[in-house]
Design a protein around this ligand. Sequence first.
Ligand SMILES: [Ca+2]
Ligand SMILES: [Ca+2]
Length: 86
Amino acid sequence: MRLFKDHSWWMGLTDGDIEGVWQWFDTDERPTFTDFMPGDGGDHNNEDCAAFGDGYDYRWFDNACSNQIYVLCEARGHECGASIVG
Ligand SMILES: [Ca+2]
Ligand SMILES: [Ca+2]
């Protein structure tokens, strides 16, 4: 987890289609559980992308999708580029 310290990470979840209903970007499936901070995860300030980071003790929070923070991605036989994409 040392790599995660001092950063927040996008998780690939969005509620951009239906507020409060979180779906994975790639499959549109809903996660089997969520771990949002109290007050996050709903219809609030047009924040439709989920992230986590050490600032919230690694619990989830929603944020504006246009914010540029690190991306957490699944690698299949190759490294994900650790670049900053909104
Ligand atoms: Ca939202
Ligand atoms: Ca939020």
